[in-house]
Ligand binder design. Structure first.
Ligand SMILES: C[S@@+](CC[C@H](N)C(=O)[O-])C[C@H]1O[C@@H](n2cnc3c(N)ncnc32)[C@H](O)[C@@H]1O
Length: 191
């Protein structure tokens, strides 16, 4: 399954216009601005735009994705931006997280209900923050045109339930263009 995913994403990223690889992220910007920079982990980082933003804001960033082709583009974008990121090619279906290591974990546009919640629970330091944004079904079970595989689409109010040991700080579901996203900010309780 993951080998299939790697080939799919490698092929997709091989066609990318690298000039457009970096980007802005208003929600990430707004959420992170009041957190003291520390160690951040971006899971399924793709072309690395969010990891690069975090590095530009002073975070020490590890970014993981299954696609080496995407990570090569990400590394070139980081070099062009003058920042360093620890890019790691790994399959999140089998990746073993380091324990209590990250002050911040970010996930954008990736969903795995089986492994990811436990991996994030382990990787976060006590008091650490999770920022998670991905596709959710819209009103009346409608799904926007952006993603069609239901395995990758959250049900309404599902995202916080995947992290029962984290404290929900903010949760919302909003329409962005032709699709809907769920946005979760939660925190690992400090001892
Ligand atoms: C929709 S893209 C999102 C990329 C990035 N987070 C963003 O928002 O631009 C999904 C990413 O998940 C990665 N991915 C898919 N399956 C994976 C797996 N098993 N392990 C690690 N990464 C995976 C893909 O390579 C792709 O970069």
């Amino acid at each position: 399954m993951s080998e299939h995913d790697r080939k799919k994403w490698d092929a997709k990223y091989a066609d990318v216009d690298e000039v457009g690889a970096a980007g802005e992220n208003d929600w990430l910007t707004q959420q992170v601005q009041n957190i003291q920079p520390g160690r951040a982990l971006d899971l399924a980082c793709g072309l690395g735009a969010n990891a690069i933003l975090l590095a530009q804001w002073g975070w020490t960033v590890t970014a993981i994705d299954i696609s080496p082709v995407g990570l090569q583009i990400a590394a070139r974008s980081a070099a062009a931006a003058g920042v360093q990121v620890d890019w790691q090619a790994a399959d999140l279906e089998t990746w073993e997280p380091p324990a209590a290591t990250f002050d911040l974990v970010t996930v954008f546009r990736y969903l795995d209900r089986e492994q990811l919640p436990q991996q994030i629970q382990v990787a976060l330091k006590p008091g650490g923050t999770l920022l998670y944004e991905t596709f959710v079904e819209g009103p009346n079970n409608t799904v926007g045109g952006h993603v069609r595989n239901p395995a990758f689409i959250l049900q309404s109010d599902e995202l916080p339930t995947l992290f029962p040991k984290l404290e929900v700080i903010e949760y919302s579901e909003i329409q962005v263009g032709d699709h809907y996203v769920a946005r979760l900010r939660s925190q690992k309780p400090a001892p």
